[in-house]
Design a protein around this ligand. Sequence first.
Ligand code: AMP
Ligand code: MG
Length: 390
Amino acid sequence: MITVEEALKRVFEIISPIGTEFVQLHNAGGRVLAQPAIAKRDQPPFAAASMDGYAIRADDANSGTVLKIIGEAAAGHRHEGNVAPGECVRIFTGAPVPIGANKVVIQEDVIRDGDIITLGDSIELKTNIRPKGCDFKIGDLLDAPRILTSADVALLAAMNIPNIQVSRRPDVALVSTGDELVMPGDVPGPDQIIASNTFGLKTLLDKIGAAPRILPIAKDSHESLAAAFELASCADLIVTIGGASVGDHDLVGEAASRSGMQRTFYKVAMRPGKPLMAGRMGNAPMLGLPGNPVSAMVCGHVFLVPAILAMMGLQKSPAQRKFANLEVDMGIGGPREHYMRAIVRAGKIMPESDQDSSLLSVLANSNALLIRPAGDRQRIKGEIMEYIEI
Ligand code: AMP
Ligand code: MG
């Protein structure tokens, strides 16, 4: 059995970045920017008023000074003339500051009488002017690769970039395997249960910008599994769920080999998730996840998500680990790295009392996987532990 770290390294070895495509900016949120974006303009493109008030010459900015209003500048409508000594222009936020003016006195600081203003007693020191290009300048870059946030998309819009190059969404084929499984909404027979793992995993992968699709459930037979692999063969990544242990009906490994899978590893020293396998089948990498619902989701967080992020051109790195103070004592840990369902609240982490890998209700109640290293020593309340947010 290999460690989680070694297994993830080998998963990264069998995947490579997929291609890119252009998308319109309004569809860019959450996608991975493939090439640095280059600003096509300065922002603001002119020195702009940051307040409503009067544009004046700074030399005139003395209490009691009387200035004549010679025009108006509003957002989208500049004042064309000069501002000479003794003059000012009525100005509004976002308007270009007229030539000659280098200060905006806020309207609260003046007394107006017709087209004359008198500056009040407390004139601010600041200019209330945003210099041309103070946000970004033409040629400035938004670095890639990065997952585009709402702020990034707003920035790209301001840079006047209507289409951008992003990584393709990896096409991930999700195959549930098992004679006992039916789809949600179907009428299960007396010995049947509902396939849940593909739905949990699809949601996890949708969230990171992949394009997962749920394939028909494969039966525990070589014919059915071969048909599933055929259906999945054009995917960027094939993910099977279940049938990966050593029972008489666990045929996924053997069926995958018959369909041409070159295995990279089988079994990882982790709990839950031990019977994980990985390899390449034709052009596509394949991950065979264990069937127990919590095991499948834990492997989703620990292996699948990092693999897909790397396929989208992001750094090959494990799920981000955070730290919290343990809320209870814990006895000696087991021989495998343990991903315990837990609740993190206000910097403190509390493992759930039942860690059975079939319990989706416990997983749904958790927001973290508390990580205990293999062969962990006793832990006492208050110690700092690592966890992954889920
Ligand atoms: P297996 O790995 O096929 O031995 O499955 C282990 C356990 O997980 C069994 O109790 C299966 O019924 C269950 N299981 C397998 N696949 C799924 C699935 N897609 N959704 C829900 N439970 C599953
Ligand atoms: Mg099974």
